[in-house]
Write a new protein. Sequence first.
Length: 517
Amino acid sequence: MAQEDLLKKIIAHSKEYGFIFQSSEIYDGLSAVYDYGQYGAELKNNIKKYWWDSMVRLHENIVGIDSAIFMHPTVWKASGHVGAFNDPLIDNKDSKKRYRADVLIEEHLAKIEAKIDKEIEKAVEKFGASFDEPQFRATNQRVIANQEKIDVIKKRFVAALEADNLVEIKNIIEDCEIVCPISGSKNWTDVRQFNLMFETKLGSVTDEANIIYLRPETAQGIFVNYLNVQKSGRMKIPFGIAQIGKAFRNEIVARQFIFRMREFEQMEMQFFVRPGEELKWFELWKATRLKWHNGLGFDPKKYRFHNHDKLAHYANAAVDIEFEFPMGFKELEGIHSRTDFDLSQHQKFSGKKMQYFDPELNENYVPFVIETSIGLDRMFLSILSNAYDEETIKQEDGKTDQRIVLRIPPELAPVKLAILPLMKKDGLPEKATQILDELKYEVNCIYEEKDSIGKRYRRQDAIGTPYCITVDHETLENNTVTLRNRDTMEQERIPVEKVKQIVVEKTSMTNLLKKVN
RNA sequence: GCGGGAGUAGCUCAGUCGAUAGAGCAUUAGCCUUCCAAGCUAAGGGUCGCGGGUUUGAAUCCCGUCUCCCGCUCCA
């Protein structure tokens, strides 16, 4: 199957069978926002449980928190999000290229600067050892003229940035006659502000001073609670804090289904370690996280590491775990060695000591941090694209037949068991309901009596239900049912009393957790 | 934001030259058969994305607009 088609099919299938709906669909939808339906919500919860239990339950030194989405605005100044991600953007209408308006102006300034440098270079050659640069800068007419230009532009530019005056920024670009490097034209759009973070107002009275942000990452909720957790939990380094929660990014465009959404969910763990030991832990978490993915039993070739050559200013090592989505290998999880950047920043901005006293070393330090951060929605999509299968079946009479089956790992499947009376009469529905009433306390069950048995099996395949039991006349005689396996379509006859044991055993999260521990 | 494509029933789509809106599947009810979808009968379901214009008359022609898809752009 062509890969583009696969994504389309997954989107259609997700909608048809109640996994994912577009947000506000009856109002024409809301771009890049999606809702999880009845089976989607179940699957998502199971993924969360797999992650949470493997992190928090299986590691004595990792605890989980649930911090608020709203945080003090200074958090985002400290983290660098306020300064670094408010970019004024401008498009050239001819080349269709987009630029950061501030970068265009800075490059223009650099060009003038280069002219001055050239003058100085020439002068150095001319005057040799007796060259006096400050004096030359103060007297040379061309240098003075260019320096004046720079000063004037800089002054306007700084004032415009401070006042958030986008019109003035465009005026500067026009006045400087800055051209697009590709088209060479000055045919610019207006300057628009790109804000990564969603803003909202705290309090019922609208007031500029009360702007707060919807968090663009959950990590900061962990960092601001680092001291609370460390002290109240008497945590000793190395230790980790895990969290699952929503984050919000106002992307310019956000497409490819749930791969990039404006509102999304992250599963993050920040692991605090001794300075100098971070790279050892980085390697350990790389291996641990890949093992977690492979625990699901999908083709290992679908996962790969991608090393970051260009590191963010706060990181000294970074790697992505990429998954082969229908649209190619894309980031699924990031593992970053974040140094002591975040805690140090918060120490600086809050004035609170973020240091840890290490009794073994008998010294204080700001811990270094290894972060593992995985997109829950991306994880969901990776499971769907791994699981979606169109299978051609050869029937006994030689005809071929197609079935669509979601081969979701049984431990994560939204519904574990379907209970089906073979016929809607002769007391079979009553018997089936009886069984349902017992088993619904153990696993998520579905009861269905409509349509032929084959049709019902196929419907369960389509939502990935690993097991179906069918109640027939023999059940009434000897209390046995047929147990039908989703993947093999094979059936076996078993006593009703054994159903619980078999299904619980095959679908329990414990299976996965034991594999990855 | 730019370029291209699309929007008719829950889904997939047809709808001729402008004249009462169609099919298959799905849904609901009933009947029959009963262990791997597509048996029979009946029923329900449409502001033809939205708004305007031309016309006696618009799903169809014109203009605008919204949403989705693909590509570009952006992406810690």
